[in-house]
Design a protein around this ligand. Structure first.
Ligand code: HEM
Length: 492
């Protein structure tokens, strides 16, 4: 064995017990004491190391999406979209790329039940030949707010009350009463899909608008959609209580067991595409994350399939240390000016430098699988082996050069500095259309959930009236039903 090639790994396990530095441990049962009863000697290095390691086992949980499960597999291109993008991993049908996927709930803690009404995260890391691409999405196609400035307040309102540590409806309906753009997202959250049966039976969406760019530099806006081949299934209230009451990790278990049994979860990837030259043709802003792009005018185009066929080996290394970031894209895929996405570009790497440390991208699950090189070096817990003498750029001694130039969106940007909301808000049309598309029993369940939320004793008459007015603007009959059930006279 070359002692200097050694990497910490259970593949190098010794057949006997050792300290972290490899010294033999002849007794892992009893502390070193003076006599048989104690006291314990501080010089018992193994005992001190063992307890100190244990004391530091937990790292901060994610500030949102703390509860999650991950699995590995591959993405395979099934349809040629090389006319839209020069992304290497999308170059031709049949091309496969290894992936790791993490599903999650959003609001509650790392050990919380997986049956709560909450959006679900659907984050996919593609380990491509041109670096990692993270498609960090959710199971609903839209989002609560359209400006990242509001995200911390939104999360605070949805998280438990800082005094009681209990999630409370009055705080939620209070915050969102200032944000009618959230109605569309609530038309998903308070719908039956608000509690997915498990992670296999839910859709996924990139949610934000991204840009695809082809070799000649032509850009298209794109939305990504994942459709599960086993269909979408949800848990209604009674069922959720029963499932959650017997196993608070039912979705993690379902994912793990399905893969172990060879029943591999699969999703088809579709895209919707808009030519940026046509972005003004709609009665909504295509970069507004509170809007869907209607499928009758912007049809779904098939792209590929995602298959999860391998369970993770270690939850900590491949779930807790797994770090996604919407800023991580590859040539051929770019961001859009969607304000929420722009904030996300900053937030994820920032939180991960805090949660996992400045060298989190060196962790095996996060590191690219392709060759990579730059002079960002050192810092806490840096375990990259380096032996070069030139750590600056440019240099006549270092043969590594710039990569070949790849296209980025060609649009010319101009405008004055502003802090404002977008012009085409159109907050009520799409949630109203969604409500009207449901069968009467589904509408009734939706109304029942709103009646319950607005019946919280701390929800004031003013708040109830605001929500009834919002839902009336989305759908008159919905507003009327809420008003009569809550005994409030509609103001419009
Ligand atoms: C400006 C708005 C947003 C901000 C500032 C934000 C911020 C964050 C932060 C700080 C995390 C924790 C990351 C970590 O510790 O590793 C996170 C996780 C996550 N966010 Fe967001 N988020 C935003 C909007 C969204 C939207 C719109 C989506 C859906 C498209 C989304 C999906 C996710 C997912 C899936 C995760 C979990 C990733 C994982 O499994 O590790 N977020 N977000």
């Amino acid at each position: 064995m070359d002692p200097y090639k050694y990497r910490p790994s259970s593949a190098h396990d010794s057949s006997f017990w050792t300290t972290n530095s490899g010294a033999p441990v002849w007794n892992n049962n009893s502390s070193l004491t003076v006599g048989t009863r104690g006291p314990i000697l501080l010089e018992d290095y193994h005992m001190v190391e063992k307890i100190a390691n244990f004391d530091r086992e937990r790292i901060p949980e994610r500030v949102v999406h703390a509860r999650g499960a991950s699995a590995k597999g591959f993405f395979e291109v099934t349809h040629d979209i090389s006319q839209l993008t020069c992304a290497d991993f999308l170059r031709a049908p049949g091309v496969q790329t290894p992936v790791i996927v993490r599903f999650s709930t959003v609001i509650h803690e790392r050990g919380s039940p997986e049956t709560l009404r909450d959006p679900r995260g659907f984050a996919v890391k593609f380990y491509t030949r041109e670096g990692n691409f993270d498609l960090v999405g959710n199971n609903f196609p839209v989002f609560f707010v359209r400006d990242g400035m509001k995200f911390p307040d939104m999360v605070h309102a949805l998280k438990p009350n800082p005094k009681s540590h209990i999630q409370e409806n009055w705080r939620i309906v209070d915050f969102f009463s200032h944000h009618p753009e959230s109605l569309h997202m609530f038309s998903f959250l308070f719908d039956d899909v608000g509690v997915p049966q498990d992670y296999r039976h839910m859709e996924g969406f990139g949610v934000n608008t991204y840009t695809l760019i082809n070799k000649s530099g032509k850009a298209h806006y794109v939305k990504f959609h994942w459709k599960p081949t086993c269909g979408v299934k949800c848990l209604l209230e009674e069922e959720a209580i029963r499932v959650g009451g017997s196993n608070h990790s039912h979705a993690t278990k379902d994912l793990y067991d399905s893969i172990a049994a060879g029943n591999y979860p699969e999703w088809k990837l579709y895209i919707q595409v808009i030519d940026p030259d046509h972005e003004d043709r709609f009665d909504f802003d295509p970069l507004d994350v509170t809007k869907i792009w209607p499928e009758d005018i912007l049809p779904l185009q098939p792209v590929g399939r995602l298959v999860l066929n391998k369970n993770i080996d270690n939850f900590f290394a491949e779930n807790e240390q797994l770090a996604f970031c919407p800023a991580i894209v590859v040539p051929g895929i770019y961001y859009s000016d969607d304000k929420l996405l722009q904030t996300r570009i900053f937030s994820y790497a920032d939180t991960q430098r805090h949660r996992l440390g400045p060298n989190y991208l060196q962790l095996p699950v996060n590191a690219p699988k392709c060759a990579h090189h730059n002079n960002h070096h050192e810092g806490f817990m840096n375990f990259m082996h380096r032996d070069e003498e030139v750590n600056y750029f440019p240099s006549r001694f270092d043969p590594v050069r710039h990569a070949e130039r790849f296209p980025i969106p060609p649009a010319v940007l101009n405008g004055k500095r502003e802090k404002c909301i977008i012009e085409k808000e159109n907050n009520f049309k799409q949630p109203g259309e969604r409500f009207r598309s449901w069968a009467p029993d589904r509408q009734e369940r939706f109304i029942g959930r709103w009646v319950e939320a607005l019946s919280d004793p701390r929800v004031t008459h003013e708040l109830r009236a605001i929500w009834i007015s919002y839902w009336t603007q989305a759908d008159k009959s919905l507003g009327q039903k809420l008003a009569s059930r809550l005994n409030v006279r509609p103001s419009m």
